[in-house]
Design a protein around this ligand. Structure first.
Ligand SMILES: [Zn+2]
Length: 509
C-alpha cells in the first residue's frame, strides 16, 4: 500500500510540528498516533497524518505531544517557603505560610517568588497556572509586579486575588473559646478583611476593565465561603457573570472546615454547598479547591449545578486533611481539575506527581472495581483544567482553533521504554524528567530544556538576594507560633475528636 498523499498545509501556517506521536482528542491515549500539527498566529490550525512540508518544520520524531497541563489551583505568595514544614495540620500551617502573618514584602521578593514558582510550573509541562494570590496588605505595585513577571516568562496565567470579609479567628472551630482573648490578634487564616480598602472594586477597575492581553486571564478568588459573607459572595457572582470569568474558592479542605459548617449553618443542614446553592452561587463558573469533606448529597448538587472541583491531593495528604471522594465525584459526573496548591504544603508544582496521586487515591477512595483512572487523570490535568479556568475549547486540547499550548515529552527517556501505554506511563512513571519543550500561544517558552524568555540563573540570583529577609521573618513567625502551640494543639485535639457524619481520614478501626 502506498502512503497517502500529504494534506495541503492550512493557510497561515508558520510552524509545522512533524512526526510526533500526538494526544489527539479522540485517539487511543495508550497508543497515540503519529501526526503533524500546523501552528500559526498562536493557534493550532490543523492536524493531519502528514502535511506537505513547506513551512518551518520542527522535527518531532521520538516525541509525544500533549496539551499543556493546567495547574488549576496554586498560590504564588509562599513559593519561598517550599520545603520548610512537616507534620503541621492545615489550621496551624496557615499561620506559618500565609501573608496575614508576615510584614509587608518587598517588590523584589514578589517578583522573584512569582518567577520562581512559574518556572517550576513550566518545567513540569504546565502551560497555564491559576494563581489565587493573597496580597496582604494590598499593594497595587505588587499586583503590577506579579502580572509583569508572568508576562515576561510567557506562561499563561489565570489570575485571581484572594479575599474575604470575615476574620479567620471567627471561622476556625474552637479557636475563639480555647485561646485567651489577648492572643486573638495573633491568629489569622487564608485571607483577612482589608481595612478601608475595597479589593474587589480595585480589581474590577484596574484588571477586569483593562484591554485583554494574549496570555493573561482573570478570575475571582473568594477565599472560602465561611470567610465570605453572603453579600461578598453575591458581589463575586455578579462580577463573574458580568465579565464571564471563573471563580475559585476553598471548600472543605479539612475536617475543621466541615465542622465549622455544621456548627454555624443549621438552617442549611450544616452544608456550605446548600448555603451557596440558596445564594445562587453554584454554576459552571464556580470551582471549589479541595472538596475533601464533601457529603454525598453535596457531590450530587455539584454535578447538578455544573460547579466543579479542583483536587490538590499532595497538600491534602501532607496537611492531614484526608482523601476526597474521587470515585463518587467521577460517578456523579462532577467536573474535576487538578492543582498543586501552595509551595509550602504540596510542596511540588508537579502535575505528574498530582496525576499519579489522583490515579492512586481514586482507587482507594472506593476500593470496588471502577473505571481505570490514568486517562481520567490526564483529562483532568488538561481539558478539566481548561474548563475550570473558563477556557474550555481554547486550551487543554490539540484540535484546530485551539491556542497552541503544548508540552513535548521525550520518548527516549527510560520512563517510556518500552512504550506499553503512553497514558499509564505519563501518569504512573514519568515525574517531569522527560519534558523537552513547552509551547505557549505558539511560541517556545522551553526549548530543548532551556527557558527561552528569562535568564533562569539570574532569577535564582534574585531569589537568593531576598532569602535573608524572608528567612528572618519566617524564623520570627516560627518563634511566635511556638508560644501559641499549647492552645493550637488543644483546639486541634477538639477538632479531631468532634463527631461528624462523614469520614475522609484513613484510620485504624
Ligand atoms: Zn489553596
Amino acid at each position: 500500500m502506498s502512503p497517502a498523499a500529504p494534506s495541503p498545509l492550512p493557510k497561515g501556517t508558520t510552524l509545522l510540528i512533524a512526526g510526533a506521536r500526538v494526544m489527539l482528542p479522540d485517539a487511543d491515549w495508550h497508543d497515540p498516533p503519529m501526526a503533524d500539527i500546523a501552528i500559526g498566529n498562536g493557534r493550532i490550525l490543523g492536524t493531519a497524518d502528514h502535511y506537505a512540508h513547506t513551512a518551518e518544520v520542527l522535527d518531532a520524531r521520538g516525541l509525544l505531544v500533549l496539551p499543556g497541563f493546567v495547574n488549576a489551583h496554586y498560590h504564588s505568595h509562599d513559593v519561598l517557603a517550599k520545603g520548610t514544614l512537616e507534620e503541621v495540620p492545615l489550621e496551624q500551617w496557615r499561620l506559618y505560610a500565609l501573608p496575614a502573618q508576615y510584614p509587608p514584602r518587598t517588590r523584589e521578593e514578589v517578583r522573584a517568588r512569582t518567577l520562581l514558582g512559574a518556572l517550576e510550573c513550566l518545567r513540569s509541562g504546565m502551560t497555564t497556572v491559576q494563581d489565587m494570590l493573597t496580597l496582604y496588605p494590598f499593594d497595587p505595585v505588587h499586583l503590577d509586579t506579579v502580572i509583569e513577571a508572568y508576562e515576561s516568562l510567557g506562561i499563561r496565567v489565570v489570575f485571581a486575588l484572594q479575599y474575604g470579609d470575615r476574620k479567620g479567628l471567627d471561622t476556625v472551630p474552637f479557636w475563639k473559646e480555647v485561646f485567651p482573648p489577648e492572643l486573638h490578634g495573633q491568629l489569622s487564616s487564608a485571607a483577612e478583611p482589608e481595612k478601608n480598602f475595597d479589593v474587589l472594586a480595585h480589581f474590577e477597575a484596574t484588571c477586569l476593565k483593562a484591554p485583554q492581553r494574549p496570555r493573561l486571564h482573570w478570575a475571582l478568588g473568594p477565599s472560602a465561603p465561611e470567610r465570605c459573607t453572603p453579600a461578598l459572595m453575591a458581589r463575586t457572582m455578579d462580577l463573574a457573570r458580568r465579565y464571564r470569568i471563573p471563580v475559585f474558592s476553598h471548600l472543605y479542605e479539612s475536617k475543621g472546615m466541615a465542622l465549622q459548617a455544621r456548627h454555624e449553618l443549621a438552617q442549611y443542614g450544616g452544608s456550605l454547598i446548600r448555603r451557596l446553592h440558596a445564594e445562587g452561587a453554584l454554576g459552571p463558573e464556580m470551582n471549589f479547591a479541595h472538596s475533601v469533606w464533601l457529603a454525598p448529597d453535596e457531590v450530587e448538587l455539584l454535578a447538578e449545578t455544573g460547579a466543579g472541583t479542583v483536587l490538590n491531593l499532595q497538600g491534602n495528604l501532607k496537611m492531614k486533611c484526608g482523601i476526597p471522594p474521587i470515585r463518587e465525584m467521577m460517578r456523579a459526573g462532577v467536573r474535576i481539575a487538578l492543582g498543586c496548591d501552595n509551595c509550602s504544603c504540596s510542596d511540588a508544582q508537579n502535575m505528574f506527581a498530582t496525576m499519579k496521586l489522583f490515579s492512586l487515591l481514586a482507587t482507594v477512595s472506593d476500593v470496588t472495581k471502577g473505571p481505570p483512572p490514568a486517562i481520567p487523570a490526564l483529562r483532568a490535568a488538561t481539558e478539566g483544567g481548561a474548563a475550570a479556568v473558563g477556557l474550555a475549547g481554547q486550551i487543554g486540547l490539540i484540535a484546530p482553533g485551539c491556542r497552541a499550548d503544548l508540552t513535548f515529552i521525550d520518548l527516549a527517556d527510560p520512563s517510556f521504554v518500552p512504550l506499553n501505554s503512553a497514558a499509564r506511563q505519563l501518569v504512573n512513571i514519568e515525574a517531569g524528567r522527560a519534558v523537552r519543550h513547552v509551547m505557549v500561544e505558539g511560541g517556545f517558552v522551553l526549548r530543548d530544556r532551556r527557558v527561552t524568555t528569562v535568564d533562569e540563573a539570574a532569577v535564582f540570583e534574585e531569589v537568593m538576594a531576598v532569602m535573608p529577609g524572608f528567612r528572618k521573618d519566617f524564623a520570627a513567625i516560627t518563634a511566635r507560633i511556638a508560644k501559641l502551640q499549647p492552645w493550637l494543639d488543644k483546639a486541634q485535639g477538639m477538632m479531631d475528636a468532634a463527631p461528624i457524619d462523614i469520614d475522609r481520614l484513613p484510620r485504624l478501626r
